[in-house]
Design a protein around this ligand. Structure first.
Ligand SMILES: [Zn+2]
Ligand SMILES: [Zn+2]
Length: 353
């Protein structure tokens, strides 16, 4: 008999605490998964704190979004199916799988169209229901569980959030013409995946931007054609020069006032700024830039289950480069979180129960 446990947020902003859990038997379409790999995502920093920074409008708390304490967070989950409900058809015991965590309400137009990330009443695994920093996870329907047989769960797990989020953002950005550039702002887990996926989708001129040279070196490994350390006072001009004035697209994985300003002040006419980062604060830009530069400023939130399926197929076909990962025992989650918060992580920490 397996031991069932989790590392939970018991008080917002405080270290994770280990809790013993009682096994829940899967019924209907439910799937019980023994977790083997659980990615530690930058947004877990905000989720553990319990709020997002809305700048002048204050904060938006996780409780306002339906989270209740204690909660097991963690949303990049891979593992092995150990039990299935009686109506599960397409999964079998022992199968290696990844979990799609961005579950919608199931009853709106977005959910009907498998655009779960556009649902306004999401039931996210790792926020609204218990997630991956645990020995096991119970998933409500087999349609949110995808086969990864033969793949390394630790390498695949980050596609559930960091890979999927930037893939969704890239589909919103659209194609670039010859000579046009794509900038990826922030080269943490999301940014590195953005470069790898953009390369696989055929983007040719990619510039990686960060304030950390170690992370920029990792970005070059992932296929970035140019890098820029944005700590420099001349970052805007340098970026325009490096792209020869043809910066058409920016994917912002950081999402602060500074990164937004850098994006909208450097994009070429008709350029597109797609932001997925949740650093927070206010975003202020000259109104006339929108019409005069014919600019698109757009947000993108996580991704959809059909997109995760496509990403796993791309990975299986060898089209995606692995981002650097570092496996650590789940019991070291608090140290891992400290390292992530202090910028000491290149790529992804994968916690293994
Ligand atoms: Zn995430
Ligand atoms: Zn919905």
């Amino acid at each position: 008999m397996d031991d069932f446990f989790s590392y939970d947020v018991v008080n917002w902003g405080k270290p994770f605490e280990r809790n013993q859990q009682v096994k829940k038997d899967p019924v209907g379409n439910e799937v019980l998964i023994k977790i083997t790999a659980s990615g530690l995502c930058h947004s877990d920093i905000h989720i553990r704190k319990g709020f997002f920074d809305l700048g002048e409008k204050g904060i938006h708390t996780l409780e306002q979004r339906g989270a209740k304490l204690p909660v097991t967070i963690g949303h990049e989950i891979a593992g092995e199916v150990i039990e299935i409900g009686s109506t599960v058809k397409n999964l079998s015991i022992g199968q290696s799988v990844i979990v799609f965590p961005w579950i919608g309400c199931g009853g709106c137009l977005a959910c009907d169209e498998d655009r779960e990330s556009d649902c306004t009443n999401m039931n996210i695994i790792g926020i609204n229901q218990n997630g991956g920093f645990a020995s096991h996870v119970l998933v409500q329907d087999e349609k949110f569980v995808f086969d990864i047989t033969g793949l390394d769960p630790a390498k695949v797990a980050p596609y559930a959030c960091s890979g999927l989020t930037v893939y969704n953002a890239l589909t919103k950005l659209g194609e670039l013409r010859d000579g046009e550039w794509l900038a990826v702002l922030g080269t943490g887990g999301l940014g590195l995946n953005a470069i790898s996926i953009a390369k696989a989708l055929g983007y040719k001129n990619i510039i990686a931007i960060d304030i950390d040279d170690t992370k920029l070196a990792a970005a070059v490994e992932m296929g970035a054609d140019q890098t820029l350390n944005s700590k420099s006072k001349t970052a805007s001009n340098d970026l325009i020069a490096l792209c020869e004035g043809r910066l058409f697209g920016v994917i912002d994985t950081f999402g602060s006032q500074e990164t937004a300003n850098l994006a909208v002040s450097t994009l070429t006419k008709t350029g597109r700024y797609v932001t997925v980062g949740l650093y927070g604060g206010d975003f202020i830009m000259p109104q006339v830039w929108l019409p005069q530069k014919a600019m698109t400023v757009r947000g993108s939130h996580v991704g959809n289950s059909p997109q995760l399926k496509i990403l796993i197929e791309m990975y299986r076909d060898g089209k995606l480069k692995d981002i650097p990962i570092e496996k650590r025992p789940l019991s070291e989650i608090n140290n891992a979180m400290n390292d992530l918060e202090n910028g000491r992580v290149t790529g992804r920490i994968i916690l293994c129960p």
